[in-house]
Each structure stands twice: as structure tokens, then as C-alpha cells.
Design a protein around this ligand. Structure first.
Ligand code: NDP
Ligand code: GDP
Length: 427
């Protein structure tokens, strides 16, 4: 009588006659094992790799989830916000100038974008509302404040982005002299919240921190690069330097991929209206449209290394896509005064301006004798940082980055945009 035995192999049970040759039993077991692993492999592909498949609860907008097009072969649900083949970027400060250009740039690169906005009573979304529909539709907004550590812990643990760009800040130097305390809260504690959330909840996220040339303060050497000593000269610069060192420390202590971008001034048609370049381009457009009020400015001799924000966001992305995390200076290597900016801007709008007087009595006058620019002491800073000039050689060598937009082109972009906008609003 043939005896019966049980062959068990990875949970598979099978009754075999003892008369069967042992090798046949072994072959069967091998075939079953292979089949089991193949199944495991296929299942893990479905869950982790396939772009259109995700297991779990249905997303909020259940209306757009069920999609059985030929492109979605095996579908549990599909939402444009959850496709797994896209890189995911999280931006703080998405409603500001750099957030605008970076969202556009990353959308073109095929990223899925998440952005943090602080709630306000009018629910306005800053520069996010200026985007074309394709960019806006690609952005998922999360409402939260930099000073809320819990918010960022939860966000990072849920979203686990591939890249995070920490752009949000109290970014206006002038205001930081009036309100140093809130500047420190947002720029120092807020930045620490981001660093902790990445370390504790998403250490695989590559993090970019928006540091600044203001950290050089009154530099002893010109031009400045990554080796130049920092001597901050405003509460804003002090707060950014604290953020810079926090990031550097976390990078080394916890082996995180963090880059500090030491960026010189960069401007654009969506620059905040209190910054001097935009104040001038808006003022020129106002005067070109018939206003007789001159533009009131502070220190006309102040000199800056001004570039175009659209060029700089590419540098941010290149930093996070470099092999190793590091710090980089981005700038143009050209200096221009506030006076020159005003002169170029008026010329672009068809006004020839001549300068008369000096110090607080200096004025810019049109050919027909109208005062177009005057100096107002209220716009002087208690301390001026000067002599900034970027040496962006390291970024050029290691990232292949360099600025594309020259000073004259930058002024033209800004003035043309504000002239166009103001002529529309008159219609
Ligand atoms: P903006 O001032 O245009 O944008 C700042 C952003 O930070 C806004 O989206 C703002 O939101 C957000 N923000 C401010 N406070 C908070 C808060 N408490 N919680 C959440 N969000 C907050 O700056 P830029 O885009 O020009 O600059 C981006 C970053 O780069 C800044 O950190 C800036 O300091 C730094 N930098 C900029 C340079 C430049 O020349 N532009 C040069 C060097 C560094 P809201 O819209 O609600 O105000
Ligand atoms: P910042 O470099 O980040 O402080 O950018 P700003 O655009 O605010 O200032 C650039 C330079 O312009 C500084 O050196 C200011 O002192 C100088 N400046 C001169 N007049 C004005 C003015 O009316 N407003 C501002 N914001 N800056 C002015």
C-alpha cells in the first residue's frame, strides 16, 4: 500500500504518493516557489511602481477617480494628484516670486507639485493665481504657517516628497529692522520646523534652503563666493544665517541631502511691490499713464547684483539634482545702482531723465522739466549692505548654471509687463 506523506513548501500543501520519484516532487516544489515569487513581484509592481495604481482609501474628489481608459490597465483608482510615476516636489513660499517661477519650471519638468500657503481672510493665493491653468491644476495647496511645527510634521509624514524647496520667509530687509522679532520667528523657528520635519518624518527628501547674499553684509573681499566670510548687517540677514547654519548642521549630523542656495538679488515682473526694482517699474508705468506723482526712493547710490528670478529657480533644481548636497552662490557678477535701474526703466517707457542735486535733495527730471524721481529719507535703511558681487564660478563648474538674462533685459521685462498691466486696467 502506497503510503501518503505531505510536502510543504512555503505554505503550499500537497499530497504525494511515496511511490513517485523524489525528483518529481522537488521539481514541483521549485515550480511552485517560482510561481509564488513571480506573483509577489507582479503585486509589488502594481502597488509601488505602476503609475496609475494605488491601493488605499479613495481620494477626496471621488468624482474623478474612476477612470478605465486604455492607459489605466489595472485600476483601483486614478487621480491626477496621486500618479506614482511623477516626482513630487513640496514648496513653501509657493505664493511668492520664486514659488511662481519654480512651480512653472517643475511643472514643465513633469513634477507633481504641493505648495504651502498661509491662510488669509481673503483666501488670496498670491502668485499662484497668476499661473496658466495647466500649472494651477498641477498644484495641490496645503494651508499652514511656518511657525506651526505640527503642521509640517504631519505634512512631511503624509506626502514624503522627493524634493522640498523651503522658500517661505519674511523676506523684506527693510521690514526686518522694524519687526526683528517676527522676522526671527518665521525665518529661524520656521526653518528649524522644516529641518526637523524632514529629519524625523521624511529623511529621504532632498531639501533646498533659500539663503541669501545678505549674509555677506559688508564683505571684506569682492566678489563673494562660498568661501567668503559672513558678516550680516540686518535682522533679516542674521535670521537667514541662522537658517543656513541649521541646514548645514543637519546635513552633516543626520546625513540629510540639504543644499543652501546663497542667492543674490533676483527680480521679475511678479516681484513684491515694496522691493525697489518693482517699485520703480510700477511707478514708471503709473507715470507713463498720466500720473504726476514722482517715485519716492531711498538710497540711489545703493548697488546690487540683480538677476532674473526665472534663471535662478533652475539653479535651485540643479542643486538638488547634483550628486552630493552642497552650498552654491548664484548671481550675475554685475553691479548696478538704484539710480541706473530707474534711468533704464524710464528710458524703456520713453522718458529721458537727468539727475540734479545730491543726497536727499537729488531729483530725476524729465525733458519737459517734470520731477520723476525724488529722494525720501523714510526709505533709507539704518545700515546698508554694499559691495555685493557674485562669483558664481562653483555653480557654473559643478552645476552647469549661469545667468541668462542681462540687466537691460531684466528692466525691459519688468517695465513692459507693468506698462501692459496698467494700460489694461485703464481700459
Ligand atoms: P517673497 O517675499 O516673494 O515670498 C515669500 C513667501 O513666503 C510668500 O509666499 C509668503 O506668503 C511666504 N511666507 C511668509 N511668511 C510665511 C509664514 N509665516 N508661513 C508660511 N508662508 C510664509 O520672496 P521671494 O520669492 O522673492 O524669495 C524666496 C526666498 O528666497 C525667501 O526666503 C527669500 O528670503 C529668499 N531670497 C530671495 C532673494 C530675492 O532676491 N528674491 C535673494 C535671496 C534670498 P504670503 O504670500 O502669504 O506673504
Ligand atoms: P534687498 O536687497 O532685499 O533689501 O532688496 P530691496 O529691493 O528692498 O533693496 C535693494 C536696495 O535698494 C537696498 O540697498 C535699498 O536700500 C535700496 N533702496 C533705495 N531706495 C529704496 C526704496 O525706496 N525701497 C526699497 N525697498 N529699497 C530701496
Amino acid at each position: 500500500m502506497a503510503g501518503i506523506t505531505m510536502v510543504t513548501w512555503l505554505g503550499e500543501s500537497r499530497f504525494q504518493s511515496l511511490d513517485e520519484p523524489i525528483s518529481r516532487v522537488r521539481n514541483l516544489a521549485i515550480i511552485h516557489t517560482l510561481a509564488y515569487f513571480l506573483f509577489l513581484l507582479f503585486f509589488s509592481y502594481l502597488v509601488h511602481l505602476h503609475p496609475y495604481v494605488k491601493l488605499g482609501p479613495l481620494p477626496e474628489h471621488a468624482g474623478d477617480v474612476v477612470n478605465s481608459s486604455r492607459n489605466d490597465p489595472i485600476l483601483i483608482y486614478h487621480s491626477s494628484h496621486t500618479s506614482r510615476n511623477k516626482m513630487k516636489a513640496l514648496l513653501t513660499g509657493i505664493s511668492g516670486q520664486d514659488g511662481y517661477f519654480l512651480s512653472r519650471f517643475l511643472t514643465e519638468k513633469g513634477y507633481e507639485i504641493h505648495g504651502v500657503i498661509r491662510r488669509n481672510s481673503s483666501m488670496s493665493q498670491g502668485t499662484v493665481s497668476l499661473h496658466t491653468k495647466d500649472v494651477r491644476d498641477n498644484i495641490t495647496i496645503h494651508y499652514g504657517d511656518l511657525t506651526d511645527a505640527n503642521f509640517f510634521s504631519k505634512l512631511l509624514s503624509e506626502e514624503k516628497p522627493d524634493e522640498m524647496y523651503h522658500l517661505a520667509a519674511q523676506s523684506f530687509v527693510g521690514y526686518s529692522f522694524q519687526n526683528p522679532s517676527s522676522t526671527y520667528d518665521v525665518n529661524i523657528s520656521g526653518t528649524l520646523n522644516i529641518a526637523n520635519a524632514v529629519k524625523d518624518y521624511s529623511p529621504g527628501t532632498k531639501l533646498y534652503f533659500a539663503a541669501t547674499s545678505e549674509m555677506f553684509g559688508q564683505p571684506e573681499t569682492t566678489p563673494q563666493n562660498e568661501e567668503t566670510a559672513f558678516k550680516p548687517r540686518s535682522p533679516y540677514a542674521v535670521s537667514k544665517l541662522a537658517g543656513f547654519w541649521t541646514m548645514k548642521t543637519y546635513r552633516e549630523a543626520y546625513d540629510l541631502f540639504i543644499c543652501n542656495g546663497i542667492l543674490f538679488n533676483h527680480e521679475s515682473e511678479v516681484r513684491g511691490p515694496e522691493f525697489v526694482t518693482r517699485k520703480i517699474s510700477l511707478g514708471v508705468a503709473r507715470i507713463a499713464n498720466g500720473s504726476s506723482d514722482p517715485i519716492e526712493l531711498g538710497n540711489l547710490d545703493a548697488r546690487k547684483d540683480w538677476g532674473y528670478a526665472g534663471d535662478y529657480v533652475e539653479g535651485m533644481w540643479k542643486m538638488l539634482n547634483h550628486e552630493t548636497p552642497d552650498d552654491f552662490v548664484l548671481g550675475t557678477g554685475e553691479l548696478h545702482t538704484v539710480r541706473e535701474f530707474a534711468q533704464f526703466a524710464f528710458e524703456r517707457a520713453g522718458f529721458r531723465i537727468t539727475w540734479k542735486g545730491s543726497g536727499v535733495d537729488e531729483v530725476g527730471i524729465s525733458e519737459d522739466g517734470r520731477v520723476l524721481v525724488k529722494v525720501n529719507k523714510a526709505f533709507f535703511r539704518p545700515l546698508e549692505s554694499d559691495n555685493y558681487l557674485a562669483d558664481y564660478g562653483k555653480a557654473e563648474r559643478e552645476l552647469g548654471w549661469k545667468p541668462r538674462t542681462k540687466f537691460g533685459e531684466l528692466v525691459k521685462i519688468m517695465v513692459d509687463s507693468d506698462l501692459k498691466e496698467s494700460s489694461h486696467s485703464r481700459e
